[in-house]
Design a binder for this molecule. Structure first.
Ligand SMILES: [Zn+2]
Length: 255
């Protein structure tokens, strides 16, 4: 039996969507263009941790000629300047996976100041136009509460999936707990949806795509840290190698 949640399986999933006529694209592209009557799948990635794994999926998409959106957190397990630059340089959208309410213990004034500062930091890499909240499952604070008092549009943000996507028309699929749409293992990352699809595996999901059973508009939200081939060391090796090469270059210059 084939192993699920491998990079190869993810590549098969994307290839199948392309074969079925879906345009695979960023959230920014989706909200700024009219996709009515067209088949489109938003490639969203919440980079909760292990950003090197996101470089792996970003490379697969680059090889397939498609772009996606990568949402990074400010915490060290996600925020990694080199990875952000590499993923950006492959043509992908960079966004902010905000959790300022949780990080500021529910103080909205502190949270919005932090949000502004963090957004500026990410704009050093990419002209960030879209954001999405981190679920902060261990915090009592829902990060979306900040928007009771403030408006992200005042900060040049054009869309946040939880507020700006009509999930009665867009099928939301997420790899929560290494399963598809298992709402029981997700505290806040879920949407109200009229769709009643159950996918027991990615192969099952690919089958549904192939049989043309899915709606025209889909948002896939994956956490790339959940996908690997046991090749995890490979991208880490690349970073180490790049650093070694930079050090080597500096040493060469100093000579
Ligand atoms: Zn998250």
């Amino acid at each position: 039996m084939k192993r699920d949640f491998t990079l190869q399986t993810y590549r098969d999933f994307l290839s199948c969507a392309i074969e079925q006529g879906y345009k695979l694209t960023t959230f920014e592209d989706y909200v700024t263009n009219d996709y009515s009557g067209k088949k489109v799948m938003i490639l969203r990635h919440d980079v909760d941790r292990l950003p090197g794994n996101s470089l792996d999926t970003a490379r697969i998409q680059y090889q397939l000629g498609v772009r996606g959106s990568y949402y990074f957190r400010v915490v060290p397990e996600s925020y990694h300047p080199l990875m952000i630059e590499k993923i950006r340089d492959l043509g992908h959208e960079i966004g902010y996976h905000y959790e300022d309410m949780a990080l500021n213990n529910g103080d909205k004034v502190k949270a919005i100041r932090a949000f502004e500062k963090n957004l500026e930091m990410f704009r050093g890499y990419y002209p960030v136009k879209t954001i999405c909240m981190h679920g902060s499952p261990l915090s009592k604070w829902d990060n979306r509460l900040i928007w009771e008092d403030y408006n992200y549009r005042d900060y040049g943000i054009i869309a946040e999936p939880y507020f700006d996507v009509d999930f009665s028309k867009v099928l939301y699929i997420t790899d929560t707990g290494r399963q598809w749409n298992r709402t029981s293992s997700s505290v806040r990352d879920k949407v109200d949806s009229p769709f009643k699809f159950k996918f027991s595996s990615t192969f099952d999901l690919i089958g549904a795509l192939r049989n043309n059973e899915l709606p025209d508009h889909i948002m896939q939200n994956i956490h790339p840290q959940r996908w690997n081939d046991g090749l995890a060391g490979w991208s880490q090796e690349l970073v180490v190698q790049n650093m070694k090469n930079q050090v080597k270059r500096i040493i060469v210059k100093l000579r």
